[in-house]
Design a protein around this ligand. Structure first.
Ligand SMILES: [Zn+2]
Ligand SMILES: [Zn+2]
Length: 261
């Protein structure tokens, strides 16, 4: 069992890119992250193409976890290519998400593709076990256009390390914050769509000052300490100064960046 975590940031952009130009300089992939080489979190507008770009063989994937059904995180055409390239020789690819998300995605895939997937819904707030980890999907503060199709963050607890994958979403919900009580996190991946205060998007995404305020509260509660890796991800590059500068200890996710902890 792998005791540590490796996060590979295969795509790090929010949604202000022309993804028909993916592969050209300055065009970042839609936000998706690979955990320990086997679990992909989200597969959006560049989902399949980002695997190819960073030489991740689809056959090596075991699971895909979806955060929510926005097309920069869950895009059926790219998902279908991943499933087809994965095949079923080593067993079906496991998809995890809310029942509503999986139902909608299943309906959007060609039936011969949908039958190759192991559809594995979870309930928000109820932990599941996989790979020796305990994973808790926590309600995210994001987008009421999704109606009952709830967006989630993921709290992932392994034998020796823990991290929170907190995108998409603005301020952590109180229930999510309470789920962190008594746990020291090794990393948090933040929704950092916006840099400066005053942008209307803050009602569903963070700006950087919001993240700093939340981090202060999490430091006071000993959930975050000097060794916690704080990653800013899902950036809308048009809403950040260029080049992007952030104070330590914050890290800006770049396509292809890897983090071990
Ligand atoms: Zn997004
Ligand atoms: Zn979204």
């Amino acid at each position: 069992m792998n005791k540590n975590f490796n996060l590979a940031f295969l795509g790090t952009e929010a949604c202000d890119m022309d993804w028909s130009r993916y592969g050209e300089p300055g065009i970042y992939g839609s936000t998706q992250t690979l955990v320990n080489g086997t679990v992909l979190i989200d597969a959006g507008r560049t989902g399949f193409r980002s695997l190819a770009r960073f030489q991740v063989a689809p056959e090596s994937l075991e699971e895909v976890w979806f955060t929510h059904y926005h097309d920069d995180h869950c895009f059926p055409a790219e998902v279908a290519q991943i499933v087809q390239a994965h095949g079923t020789a080593a067993g079906p690819l496991v998809f995890r998400g809310t029942a509503l998300l999986l139902e909608a995605l299943r309906g959007a895939l060609p039936s011969e593709v949908a039958t190759q997937v192991a559809w594995t819904p979870f309930e928000v707030g109820h932990a599941f076990e996989t790979h020796g980890w305990t994973v808790t999907p926590l309600l995210a503060n994001h987008c009421d256009d999704l109606c009952d199709n709830l967006p989630v963050h993921y709290l992932v607890e392994g034998p020796c390390a823990k991290f929170l994958y907190a995108l998409d979403g603005a301020w952590l919900m109180k229930k999510a914050r309470n789920a962190l009580q008594g746990k020291r996190l090794d990393a948090i991946v933040w929704d950092a769509t916006v840099e400066r205060p005053g942008d209307y998007r803050i009602f569903e995404h963070n700006d950087f000052t919001m993240i700093q305020t939340m981090v202060k509260a999490l430091v006071d509660a000993a959930i975050v300490d000097a060794n916690t890796r704080l990653v800013l991800d899902h950036l809308a590059r048009s809403l950040w100064q260029n080049p992007i500068r952030v104070p330590a200890p914050y890290l800006v996710a770049e396509d292809g960046m890897e983090l071990e902890f």
